[in-house]
Design a protein around this ligand. Structure first.
Ligand code: NAD
Length: 500
């Protein structure tokens, strides 16, 4: 073990004092490389106090001051893409090009935040009544907290804090304890950009830290991204404590392939979206629904492509897919493949026994690509979010049957339709119950100026994240009704009637 990761509070590194530490492994070697401080409730309180103190001035800072800092941060982030990607690869395990993609998608939200001036313009109606004007303005909510998952240790925090601080809030981030380092690099860059101390804080930790944030009286809002059971818990607990909360959960994303689709394009998309980042993406395609007679040909094309994917360490530029986050998770993913045949699936590819042969990597969290065909909806591999490189193919006779299957899923994050028929695609986009829809696009993650979020068990709360929803989540509306009498007006006199 060579490294210790501490908290970032009030603009500087603050050493962990709880005595509790979490191990961080390099997924490609299985070696514990780092220990991360796990915060006590008192350490969380220190971070919230720093954020509360900073809000006194940041909450009323000028838009020009905020955007000047954000533009500098954007330039620093751009210059440090590689450095952040290296930290992601070392602790998450994804391949370097994929880590760079993650940083790029996070940077998009910084772009949005740099343009916050236009988002916070408010609305004005003049002369709604005689000499009466009405203005709608938005003000920051105060101290807000972000709790984030392991799978995008740079991007998901950037879905939250750029918009939050641009709107005048101060922020406490509780990143995943499995890959904590990218968040600290981001904190350092924000400080270098001139962000005042205490506006952005990082406390590392586990349930102890999260629970304190959920109950802390000085935290006004909670943004959460992670698995569905924890998202549900966060939403219930934070709501009961009077906070506004957006809690994004897990997923099972379906791709509907209609009989007229370009099957080569569909197979390319299915393989990219199912196995990219070893399936550890909330927008991964984990279920393909083949409609009509295309199933056999499509499965054959997916198989041919999947067999060519090169698995290896994320820092090897020839690797296309890296290892899984932990050995425990690898074993859990493998168990779904082991149980698949007994549940009625046809196992076309079984990657559960794969290991990477490179010296020093024997204990990495390796797994190969698995492909299951004729998967019944009762199979655990279909019902659960596996979060690994396992693709299920289901068959449907008709569009209606395929749509009904997708809409019966408790999840509703992303979905995609592959077809050459615009009418069918339009019908799908209107009828499918999911928050993000791709038409011949397998991973329809919205750009920064639209909002990201699922339906059903994929999101608890009313607001999606970033975009206009993000601005609304991190601000409170206020409506100001003003009358300025003309100097020539006679007094209006007393009127006990309700104002009309
Ligand atoms: P997770 O739910 O285990 O952890 C997320 C966060 O919650 C972490 O910071 C963790 O420390 C904390 N946490 C874990 N258990 C907790 C508990 N019992 N009480 C309080 N806090 C707790 O998720 P993960 O394994 O880190 O990430 C993978 C999951 O995140 C997948 O389900 C994936 O679909 C989901 N995800 C969803 C989206 C989305 O936008 N909907 C995006 C990325 C990831």
């Amino acid at each position: 073990m060579t490294k210790t990761v501490h908290h970032w509070i009030g603009g500087k590194t603050v050493e962990g004092t709880s005595g509790n530490w979490g191990p961080v492994t390099d997924p490609a070697t299985g070696a514990v490389t780092t220990r991360v401080a796990l915060a006590s409730t008192e350490e969380v309180d220190t971070a919230v106090a720093a954020a509360k103190a900073a809000f006194e001035t940041w909450g009323t800072s000028s838009l020009a001051q905020r955007t000047t800092i954000l533009f500098k941060f954007r330039a620093l982030l751009d210059a440090n893409r590689d450095a952040i990607a290296e930290l992601i690869v070392a602790e998450h395990g994804k391949v370097h090009s994929d880590a760079l993609g993650e940083v790029a998608r996070g940077l998009e939200i910084v772009d949005l935040a740099c343009g916050i001036t236009t988002q916070l313009k408010g609305e004005l109606s003049t002369q709604v009544s005689s000499r009466v004007d009405v203005a709608s303005i938005r003000q920051p909510v105060g101290v807000v907290a972000g709790i984030t998952p392991f799978n995008f240790p740079a991007m998901v925090p950037m879905w939250m804090f750029p918009v939050a601080i641009a709107c005048g809030n101060t922020f406490v981030l509780k990143p995943s304890e499995k890959d904590p380092s990218p968040s600290l690099k981001i904190a350092e860059l924000l400080a270098e950009a001139g962000l005042p101390d205490g506006v952005f804080n990082v406390v590392h930790g586990d349930k102890v830290a999260v629970d304190r944030l959920l109950e802390h009286p000085d935290v006004s809002a909670i943004s959460f991204v992670g698995s569905t059971p924890i998202a549900r818990y966060i939403h219930t607990t934070a709501s009961a404590n009077g906070k506004r909360v957006q809690a994004l959960g897990g997923a099972k994303n379906h791709m509907l392939v209609l009989p007229d689709a370009d099957l080569d394009a569909a197979a390319d998309a299915a393989v990219s979206a199912a196995y990219g980042s070893a399936g550890e993406r909330c927008m991964a395609i984990s279920a393909v629904v083949a409609v009509g007679s295309v199933g056999d040909e499509l499965v054959q094309k997916i198989r041919e492509r999947a067999e060519k994917i090169k698995i290896g360490p994320g820092n090897d530029p020839t690797s296309e897919m890296g290892p899984l986050i932990t050995a425990v998770h690898r074993d859990k993913v493998a168990s779904y493949v082991h149980g698949a045949a007994a549940e009625g699936c046809e196992v076309v590819l079984d990657g559960s026994a794969y290991t990477y042969e490179g010296a020093g990597h024997e204990n990495g969290h390796w797994i190969g690509l698995s492909l299951l065909d004729h998967v019944p909806t009762t199979a655990a591999a279909y019902r659960d979010e596996i979060f690994g490189p396992v693709l299920c193919v289901l068959r449907a006779e008709t569009y209606e049957e395929g749509l009904a299957l997708i809409n019966a899923s408790p999840f509703g994050n992303g979905t995609a339709v592959f077809t050459r028929d615009g009418g069918a695609a339009r019908r799908f986009q209107m009828e499918v119950q999911a928050g993000m829809v791709g038409v011949n696009v397998p991973i329809p993650v919205p750009v920064g100026y639209h909002s990201f979020g699922g339906w059903k068990d994929s999101l608890f709360g009313d607001h999606h994240i970033y975009g206009t929803d993000g601005v609304h989540f991190y601000t409170r509306g206020k409506v100001v009704t003003t009358r300025w009498p003309d100097p020539a007006d006679a007094p209006t006199g007393v009127d006990l009637g309700f104002p009309r």
